[in-house]
Design a protein around this ligand. Structure first.
Ligand SMILES: *Cc1c(COP(=O)(O)O)cnc(C)c1O
Length: 380
């Protein structure tokens, strides 16, 4: 029997979720964030599906933009970490890539790049550190940074001021209002700056949770990532959970079944010991596929229409599931690890992490199968 472990990716769910972002923020454009292989879903396939709907894409690093161009994607691509060399600036300028500028070193590269050599004007997004303290210019340094860039005739005069929330998954947290205030103070000051009247400043702040629940942060551009993939957006259950459709259905199958007696243990280190006569199903997925090793004795899978506990340690290529209470489990049965029935965030919580981590961590060994009608398949 062949190994049935795969990630079924529902492209219609991604379209549905993108349209939700537009509905929830109808004064904004939404740039589809497809970094990290579209959060594990396959950047090329997701980009091809979304290209007719979106105005632009965002990726984290230069190489991700190059591979999307090689795949034939033509809409603008924002590189969230910007570029690290003159050669990369040249590529961006001739390949319709937008550049985040978050550090003086990148300003130096842009100024060095003899930009007039290139045909297209470069569109910049300027990152402001409004409180995350990870990337971006201090509020007091933004004006002088723009003055350095203003000399270049090859830089587009429409600049997107950008910042990122550190507490967006907890919208009531006061940090969000604090960052909003700092961000808008920078914007207001730049608009009044007589040295910078050539520029037209627009703004981008909201990521997925802020799109769903912080309308004050919606500006010309929002940056939805995780919501496109349908994972729930907040640390606690939220009304929007039911609106989003999970796009990834990570499944595997039963490859072995056995009965064990009370007192017998299962798996490496014998970490789980049967309290009663038990039926154990071995499922062909392990940490090398991206199933989190941290969940031992503490997670559930979906099998034969029921939830069943993962017991013992997660192995490299297998997990073991207690199916004592589920009738008629057989070899070859499909097992959902996360997706429609088991939200990825639930597994993530049990693993001490977040859905983003599990989705991006599904390994290259797992084939992605693209479908457009997953509800039909799931109904089988
Ligand atoms: C990843 C990322 C996003 C998307 O965030 P989500 O929480 O996935 O919506 C937006 N902006 C920046 C700068 C990012 O790095």
């Amino acid at each position: 029997m062949s190994r049935l472990t795969k990630a079924i990716i529902d492209l219609d769910a991604i379209v549905h979720n993108f349209k939700l972002a537009q509905k929830w923020s109808n004064r904004s454009d939404n740039i589809a964030v497809i970094k990290a292989n579209a959060y594990g879903h396959g950047a090329k396939e997701i980009a091809l599906k979304l290209e007719p709907l979106v105005k632009a894409f965002a990726v984290a690093i230069f190489e991700e933009a190059v591979s999307l161009r090689k795949a034939g994607i033509s809409k603008p691509i924002l590189i969230l970490q910007g570029v690290n060399s003159v050669e990369e600036v040249a590529y961006a300028a001739t390949n319709n890539c937008w550049l985040m500028v978050h550090h003086q070193a990148q300003v130096d590269i842009l100024v060095d790049a003899e930009l007039t050599r290139f045909h297209d004007k470069i569109r910049l997004w300027l990152k402001i550190d409004s409180g995350m303290h990870r990337l971006g210019f201090n509020p007091e340094d933004v004006a002088s940074t723009l003055e350095q860039l203003s000399s270049s005739a090859a830089i587009d005069k429409e600049v997107v001021l950008c910042s990122h929330f550190s507490h967006a998954s907890d919208i009531p947290h006061p940090q969000n209002q604090k960052q909003l205030k700092i961000f808008n103070a920078v914007f207001a000051k730049l608009k009044q700056n007589s040295q910078l009247t050539d520029f037209n400043f627009i703004r981008s702040l909201a990521n997925s949770p802020a799109i769903a629940a912080l309308p004050d942060s919606h500006y010309e551009w929002n940056r939805p990532g995780i919501m496109l993939y349908g994972a729930s957006l907040f640390d606690v259950p939220h009304v929007t959970d039911k609106d989003l459709k999970p796009a990834m259905h990570f499944i595997s199958s039963v490859i072995s079944l056995r009965k064990i007696k009370p007192g017998q243990s299962v798996g490496y280190g014998g970490k789980w010991v049967a309290q009663r006569e038990s039926s154990i199903a071995t499922v062909a997925v392990g940490y090398a596929d991206g199933y989190p090793r941290q969940v031992y004795n503490n997670s559930e899978v979906f099998i034969r229409g029921r939830r069943a506990p993962v017991i013992g340690t997660v192995s490299m290529d297998m997990i073991t599931v207690d199916v004592t209470d589920i009738a008629r489990v057989s070899i070859g049965d499909a097992v959902e690890l996360w997706g429609k029935n088991i939200p990825v965030n639930i597994v993530a919580k049990q693993a001490g992490t977040i859905g983003y981590d599990l989705l991006t961590g599904v390994s290259p060994r797992v084939p992605r199968d693209y479908t457009s009608n997953y509800s039909k398949i799931a109904g089988r």
